[in-house]
Design a protein around this ligand. Sequence first.
Ligand SMILES: Nc1nc2c(c(=O)[nH]1)N[C@H]1C(S)=C(S)[C@@H](COP(=O)(O)O)O[C@H]1N2
Ligand SMILES: [Mo]
Length: 544
Amino acid sequence: MKTKIAATGLLVGGLLTASLTSLMYLGNKAAGLPFSPFDLFNWIARILPGVVITFGIDLMIDSMLILGINVADTAKLAEQGMAVVTFLILGGLSGAIFFTIIHVRQIRMDQLVGLVLGALFGLPIVVISVGFGEVEGIAFINFVWLLSLFLVWGFALGWSYRKLYQGRQEPSLTEAEIPTVEKINRRQFLIVLGGATAAITVTGTGIGAVLSSVERRRQEQALADTFAHESEGPLGSPFPNANDSVVPAPGTRPEYTPLKDHYKVFIELEPAEIDGASWQLPVTGLVDNPLMLTINDLRSNYTPRNQYVTLSCISGRIGTTLISTTHWTGASLQEILADALVRENARYAVISSGDGFYETVDLDLIASDERIMLTYDWDGHPLPVDHGFPLRVWIPDRYGMKQPKWITGIEVVDEYQEGYWVERGWDEIAQVRTTSVIDNVAVNGLIEQGDQTLVPIGGIAFSGDRGISKVEIRVDNGFWQAAQLRAPLSETTWVIWRFDWPFEAGSHTFEVRCAEENGTPQIEESQDSRPSGATGIHQLEENI
Ligand SMILES: Nc1nc2c(c(=O)[nH]1)N[C@H]1C(S)=C(S)[C@@H](COP(=O)(O)O)O[C@H]1N2
Ligand SMILES: [Mo]
């Protein structure tokens, strides 16, 4: 009987939590109210030890690679799915536990007990969702909304328990008849409950999904309207290498990444949203002149710096897609810190972000490189929300993990403080590892040259800001042969290379390696991305 009651509690709890989730989702999409399953998952991810997080991410990415799923597109969606499933399981387990306790302790279920159960399940989650800060203004509305939903959840759970186990028995029945009738009544009740919760879940999720896709289409359209070009730079300017004679092999990734395709990485389940109108940047700590800068101050008080930049993620594997190129505009961090009158004893700038991310930049590095900038435009337009609106930092020759987006403050300090991913076991410096990738062996783009048939092969090579002097291709363990290099967009972008290989039918292995401007070869030994970025040779097998 006990296990049966627990199982019924699990079912009822799960059904009610599905409805609860869909109502939260609807509230989120319709009015920007909090979606607790994500908040809970974000919170868990933040407090779990770094090794557990990395293990989980690796496991997910490995599974996706095995299943042939596009990691860049799907990883966030998979995490969001896990968040919802975690929440449903928690709700089901709560139902099971509550039903069992009520039964074992023979508590008489009434409305009040139900509400108490709702509060027990909901309060910790509401606190995580709304945050520990003061409950006022918007936070108060969020608090009331979430708590009401959880109280209704508890009320419905208690009501279900009463219907199932404390229903009035028909007085006319004989003793022997009661159990069978109860069983039938229970089954009927569960069917009705299943139908009702399914209806709520489908309706809530459906309306939410429609609202969400309308909003997504609006954002994509906005990106497409402003960032539709492929053959010219920001605001229609020509690319600096427009006249280069090396034409990328067919199937090579675009040299200038369309913004909608720029890779995205962020710690939470959704990008941080910052209100641009009220946003200001405080520069505080060991400074004699603390600053409070609006985005207009940043735009007009400092000469804008412009740079074509390739950004890459340290967790990318050999042949990674977590790398993209666009045009960055911002204000030199050197100049801003000079205005803040940094004190003698200061050593680091700690940058914090709207999503709880943070990183530390050495003041010596800033002093040695005026290119380090607080960036407000990508591709000639304000940063897209996903990519750090209204402000992110650029540090040449460092992986993305050193470069906070959605900046909310800069504090100048004298003591080193580990950044978000450094605390979780990744490299402190995170200097870009030189790498080269074969994008395509263009079997469909054969070239006839004299009596030879050539197969164009193409890809990229990237070394942070250290330049690329040489890219070499090897087929079936033969000699390394030099590829042609296209002039890059800048000294801080990837280099597009091309190699026209004399066609031979059959199955072949193609490999690529490169060297930096000063001749330093890329590291050929295979190494995982953790902790310092992947090394090794990228290879493709092709049957042609
Ligand atoms: N605030 C904040 N900044 C962040 C991150 C983040 O999660 N939060 N991720 C970092 C990492 S790991 C990378 S690779 C880059 C990705 O930038 P993108 O999404 O614009 O490509 O942002 C960096 N800056
Ligand atoms: Mo990253």
